[in-house]
Design a protein around this ligand. Structure first.
Ligand code: CAA
Length: 261
């Protein structure tokens, strides 16, 4: 499928990995309705394709995404925003996506762009990355989870300062604060993200999905409920051939070959 606002690639040296590039260079990848609709379509296609085991979502060197498209949004009424579930519908598709998505962030990740990165499973940042929720400067607020996720990731004090002042955080601060899993040189960003994705794509896709669900549950439930869920899913993995294969491969000192069953 071809898209107007995305470039979707299957890198030759990364079996099982799909690389999605946001591609609105003239608008610093601002997230308009078209882009969010196409991203939903690309996720549908990736979810339906058993060969796809992990996604990498990235932007350009200058911007991952500079937020929701302000020009598209500025004249909307409350009724239009509400009736169309404007902007927020696309975010829900990402929340429901069951395969892992890595955000590879260089340059600006602002407003909806920062929120989009946080909707992914983890963020690898280039040393050029800048994160922020500057919606306050526009008289509004984050709309796809920024007030909640940023607070959970970096704590109340830093999140409150960023959201109320619009201050940006550079890559080093984002790593110290726990927003990103690690920072790499900008010219190594895609290589590093693809290497992580390739590693995930080689694991049992069933075990990967269950692990993802449980880490997400840690944000939604109490410790005892999360641990109880983990216990159930841990035992359930023994119903899959992939568990037998993974453990047999260890004992036989060979690489496992997971089939997703
Ligand atoms: N929406 C629409 N267009 C945008 C945009 C956005 N969020 N961000 C940048 N652009 C456009 C600019 O208008 C400009 O287009 P023109 O050349 O046609 O004028 C082009 O991208 C390049 O941008 P700049 O000239 O501004 O580039 P810069 O290097 O001087 O500044 C920047 C970069 C600091 C990121 C600046 O563009 C900026 O502040 N952008 C807006 C950031 C923002 O406020 N994001 C939050 C949006 S609201 C939101 O996201 C809501 C939500 O959570 C639900």
């Amino acid at each position: 499928m071809s898209y107007e606002t995305l470039i979707v690639e299957t890198p030759a040296d990364a079996a099982g990995v799909t690389l999605i590039r946001l591609n609105r260079p003239d608008a610093l990848n601002a997230l308009n309705s078209r882009l969010l609709e196409e991203l939903s379509q690309a996720l549908d296609a990736a979810e339906a394709d058993d060969a796809v085991r992990c996604l990498v979502l990235t932007g350009s060197e200058r911007a991952f995404a500079a937020g929701a498209d302000i020009k598209e949004m500025s004249d909307k009424t409350y009724a239009e925003m509400f009736a169309a579930d404007f902007f927020t519908k696309g975010a829900r598709r990402i929340e429901q996506f069951r395969k892992p998505i890595i955000a590879a962030v260089a340059g600006y990740a602002l407003g909806g762009g920062c929120e989009l990165a946080m909707l992914c499973d983890f963020i690898i940042a280039a040393d050029t990355a800048k994160f922020g929720q500057p919606e306050i400067n526009l008289g509004v607020m984050p709309g796809i989870g920024g007030t909640q996720r940023l607070t959970r990731f970096v704590g109340k004090s830093k999140a409150m300062e960023m959201i109320l002042t619009g201050r940006m955080m550079d890559a080093a601060e984002a790593e110290r604060a726990g927003l990103v899993s690690r920072v790499v040189a900008a010219d190594k960003l895609i290589e590093e993200a693809l290497a992580a994705a390739r590693k995930i794509a080689g694991q049992s896709p069933l075990a990967v999905m269950m692990n993802k669900e449980l880490v997400e549950a840690a944000y939604e439930t109490t410790l005892s409920t999360g641990v109880a869920m983990e216990r159930r899913l841990f035992h359930s993995l023994f119903a899959f051939e992939d568990q037998k294969e993974g453990m047999a491969a260890f004992v036989e000192k060979r690489k496992p070959h997971f089939k997703g069953r």
